[in-house]
Ligand binder design. Sequence first.
Ligand SMILES: Cc1cc2nc3c(=O)[nH]c(=O)nc-3n(C[C@H](O)[C@H](O)[C@H](O)COP(=O)(O)O)c2cc1C
Length: 162
Amino acid sequence: MASTNYEPRIAIVYASVTGNTKAVAEILQKICLSKELEVELWPVTDFQPAELLRYDAVLVGTYTWGSGEIPKEMHGLFEAFESPNRTGLVTAVFGTGDSFFAEFCGAVDRFRDMLFVQTELAATLKIELTPQEADIIRCEKLIASVTKRLPAFPRYMGGYNQ
Ligand SMILES: Cc1cc2nc3c(=O)[nH]c(=O)nc-3n(C[C@H](O)[C@H](O)[C@H](O)COP(=O)(O)O)c2cc1C
């Protein structure tokens, strides 16, 4: 008989200086918890890249710095995804940025391009500065895209809105 005890493990790992990306990470965490998903929220500075192997899905949150650049504190995590990894790791990348800049959420684009090659990238989400009410539905869609890619369990089947 198939095991019914297995719970997919999700990590949300983020970098945030002024709190915008942290706010999105916390919305995503709440959505996961409302779906009774096993989720951990990690500021990237507290996260050991080797721990990537412990999870079924990793949601990466980043602000953008310089001219469309990945913040320094995210470099180690970026490199950890690039090194040979367990196959089948489901990922998503989200971030906040300011469309005043030429490369809006450029760090999200850079993670997206790498995660698409190295992992099972399920979703990308860019948010203008502080998340608004309308962004909550976009966050729900991100989680639905991620859970659809996780090993099938009856309560995840059908994904979003089920
Ligand atoms: C020096 C500096 C450079 C920035 N460069 C960009 C950029 O190239 N693209 C972008 O979309 N946002 C850029 N931003 C805006 C931040 O990414 C944005 O404020 C973000 O929401 C900050 O996230 P946090 O509140 O999680 O720290 C820049 C901000 C600063 C202060």
